[in-house]
Design a binder for this molecule. Structure first.
Ligand code: GLU
Length: 420
């Protein structure tokens, strides 16, 4: 990778570039600027795990708390071979801004372990998760920092973390993590929540642009929790989902894909190859295909200076964290693409996590319809706030979302004052 490309795709640089721009526009106090441009705490742990073949492996793990000004740290834990401290640092900062955009009482944090979960057994994953939890145990807790699922982690991972933490505390502490199975303190609606949020903000965007669901074509890149639920819910709501893809490639059909059938096919075959309801397409071609709404819902850096000019979508809804590089922002803006930035578009997940945390602390569990209604309300009003802010200050939606978030965090920091 050339130096320029690696600079462009460094997630911490991508976060910082937007932060700096928004802070400048806000005329942010230089002291608060310094505080918010760095994380508040970074923990690195080396996690020894007994592997199934009798050897010991040591995995590197991180938990980074960017800000705890507005409440406990909040954010997922990801397992992947390419996890890096700079990536986790960026994701932690994005959590701070995300929680502030939707105005929930959390700061921002993120965790990651460098590993290849596809090549590990359930037993190895469980032992790694429990030891990682034990290594960071002093720094997490319902009032300190509350992890959740992210890439390659799920409700089972959260159950192991909750159990390990509870064993250390000698009592059951469900509120230490969110995204748990429902029978042990999980929330109804949490699994679908990120995809639901993506759908809700897309609804608001098409309303604003005078479009209607049946005439709106959608392409979803990424078919994990976020992408598959977004595609399913948007299909059910009457959108015309014409393309879906993941790392290995995708499927396209300009007449619309039967997403219910695709979900069944993908669950059985773990691939889109051979799906009868559309043609095969590479991920790169999928991103630049004709559509009204493009939802990158996989990972960072899929829209860069290399392909941004070829994006044909009118609306870009960032289901993933950091799918667009800072250099690509300018190209999209010049082409008048309506961007719903990650810290707004995918905030449905952490919003439902907030509901889960509230329910755990209260010991009273909500109906799914209550979760969905509350989520809808927060996502719609946050969309409106960001778009109004953008129009008022004559900035794009992404910078508006950052400005709104930074302003809220900075205000809290000022109110609380500096502990010395
Ligand atoms: N990992 C998700 C995110 O990036 C969810 C975080 C949470 O629920 O705390 O927003």
């Amino acid at each position: 990778m050339s130096n320029f490309a690696s600079q462009e795709t460094n997630p911490w640089k991508a976060q910082s570039a937007r932060f700096e721009l928004a802070a400048q526009k806000l005329n942010l106090d230089p002291g608060l600027w310094k505080i918010l441009s760095l994380p508040s705490r970074e923990i690195t742990v080396y996690v020894p795990v007994a592997m199934d073949n009798g050897t010991i492996e040591v995995f590197t793990g991180y938990r980074i708390q960017h800000s705890v000004a507005r409440g406990p740290g909040k954010g997922g834990i990801r397992y992947a071979p390419d996890v890096s401290i700079e990536e986790v640092r960026a994701l932690a900062a994005w959590m701070t801004w995300k929680c502030a955009v939707v105005d929930i009482p959390f700061g921002g944090a993120k965790g990651g372990v460098i590993c290849n979960p596809q090549q590990m057994s359930q037993g190895e994953l469980e032992r790694m998760t429990r030891r990682y939890t034990a290594e960071i145990i002093d720094f997490i807790g319902p009032d300190k920092d509350v992890p959740a699922p992210d890439m390659n982690t799920n409700s089972q991972t959260m159950a192991w973390i909750m159990d390990t933490y509870s064993m250390h505390m000698h009592r059951t502490v469900t509120a230490v993590v969110t995204g748990k199975p429902i029978n042990i303190g999980g929330s109804r609606g949490r699994v679908e929540a990120t995809g639901r949020g993506v759908w809700v903000v897309t609804d608001e965007a098409i309303k604003k642009l005078g479009m209607s669901r049946p005439d709106t074509t959608v392409i979803v890149q990424g078919f994990g929790n976020v992408g598959s639920n977004a595609a399913k819910l948007m299909h059910r709501a009457g959108y015309k989902v014409i393309g879906v893809g993941e790392i290995g490639g995708g499927v396209i059909n300009p007449r619309g894909i039967d997403i219910e059938a695709l979900l069944v096919y993908h669950a059985a075959n773990k691939t889109f190859d051979g799906f009868p309801g559309g043609d095969e397409i590479s991920t790169a071609d999928l991103l630049t295909s004709n559509c009204d709404v493009l939802v990158p819902a996989a990972t960072e850096n899929v829209i860069t200076s290399q392909n941004a000019a070829q994006i044909k979508a009118k609306i870009l809804v960032e289901g993933a964290n950091g799918p667009t590089t800072a250099a690509a922002d300018d190209i999209l803006a010049a082409n008048k693409v309506f961007v719903i930035p990650d810290i707004l578009a995918n905030a449905g997940g952490v919003t439902a996590s907030y509901f889960e945390w509230v329910q755990d602390r209260q010991g009273y569990f909500w109906k799914e319809s209550t979760v969905n209604e509350e989520l809808d309300h927060i996502m719609r009003s946050s969309f409106e706030n960001v778009v109004k802010y953008a129009e008022l200050h004559n900035v794009n939606n992404r910078i508006a979302a950052y400005m709104l978030a930074i302003d809220r965090v900075a205000y809290t920091l000022k109110q609380r004052g500096l502990y010395a």
